[in-house]
Design a protein around this ligand. Structure first.
Ligand code: ZN
Length: 364
């Protein structure tokens, strides 16, 4: 049975230092203090990214065949072991083929990151579409939503649009995680959406009503409602480090999910949108942010280096919290009985190895 030792092992009960993680097949069987000298490294649970439009030169919306293998490699290199391919706003009749391709990719076997399901960001967005093509943002179509295939795992919609509450209740009843995002909703409208079953706020602070002391908006509602997890894009371009600190302090790491919202910036596309990388992130021609060029390991390093949270908090937000959002209680933590999905980081928090279900899937 393989045993991995490290100076720091991050467990739900705290830091085990030095620690050893023992695996049996795909499963963690024990976590215990290590004896003798250990490598100066960190063992974290494999990261879980709820929002990936693409990476590097591969766009999820267009990916076919070997493109998915390339995405696997790019994800493993950042310690990601579970993820949600994300489709931005596009014509309604374009989704079926894309979702079928995602479902086919999810069925591949081997030591590769798990596709937990697709994240539909749009097309039923609210009044702040950001980089989504505004002419394709549309009112809720319940028949279309009700007919979505089971590969759809997360739907981000505008909390203020007609029919949002009923759609949220219907999706939640099917086990789909509903997220509020790209929304001009008021504080009360966001609360109502959470009452209806929404459990996520997509990229907190970006493309939503901000916190004002007399109208606390979606940001104020999300920061103070323990029923919702807030995802954040921690590239230090989308959100100021102080705002990230506010999110971690208000909600705790169990209420924050680090996401990359990465796009295929080297291919210059995010779904139907053309993007160009400048001033630290992919953008539309007018400068509007259009996803990121972030990786999950960089997000972890960013929030630790900026003092937004500590290493344990960063790893909770990169793995444990997003796994819980997806209802995947078999992973997201280093504890006996969990899947041995592991990100082994060096002393500078750079990924050395990534393990998937007890198999060494990637090494630097
Ligand atoms: Zn977005």
């Amino acid at each position: 049975m393989p045993t991995l030792a490290a100076r720091i092992v991050l467990t739900p009960d705290g830091v085990c230092s030095p620690g050893a993680v023992e695996l049996d097949g795909p499963t963690i069987v024990s976590v215990a203090p290590a004896q003798g000298p250990v490598p100066d490294r960190v063992i974290a649970p494999g990261f879980v990214d709820l929002q990936v439009n693409g990476h590097d030169d591969v766009d999820v919306a267009r990916a076919t065949g070997a493109d998915w293998d390339r995405l696997d490699e790019l994800l493993l290199a950042q310690g990601v072991t579970t993820w949600c391919p994300t489709l931005v706003t596009a014509p309604l009749d374009s989704y079926a083929a894309r979702l079928e391709r995602i479902a086919t990719a999810a069925r591949r076997e081997g030591a590769r990151p798990t596709i937990a399901g697709a994240h539909l960001e749009g097309p039923f967005l609210g009044g702040l579409p950001g980089a989504h093509p505004p002419q394709l943002v549309r009112p809720i179509d319940r028949a279309w939503l009700d007919a979505l295939p089971p590969v759809v795992r997360i739907v981000t919609l505008g909390a203020e649009i007609a029919g949002a509450l009923a759609a949220t209740a219907a999706l939640a009843a099917r086990g789909v995680t509903v997220a509020a995002g790209h929304t001009l909703a008021t504080h009360d409208e966001l609360r109502a959406l959470v009452d209806a079953g929404a459990r996520l706020v997509t990229h907190l602070f970006n493309a939503m009503t901000p916190l004002h002391h007399r109208e606390p908006g979606v940001v104020g509602a999300a920061l103070t409602d323990d029923r919702v997890v807030a995802s954040v894009i921690a590239d230090l371009v989308h959100v100021h480090p102080t705002a990230l600190t506010l999110a971690f302090r208000a909600k705790g790491p169990a209420g924050v999910a680090l996401v990359t919202d990465a796009v295929a910036w080297r291919a210059a596309t995010a779904g139907p949108v053309r993007v160009q990388h400048h001033d630290g992130a992919p953008r539309l021609r007018d400068g509007t942010l259009a996803g990121s060029a972030l990786t999950m390991d960089q997000a972890v390093r960013n929030v630790v280096a900026a003092g937004c949270t500590d290493l344990a908090g960063a790893v909770t937000a990169a793995a444990t919290t997003p796994a819980r959002v997806l209802g995947l209680d078999d992973r997201g933590a280093i504890a006996p009985g969990r899947r041995a999905d592991l990100a082994v980081l060096d002393a500078d928090l750079r990924v050395e190895q990534t393990w998937v279900a007890g198999e060494p899937a990637w090494a630097r």
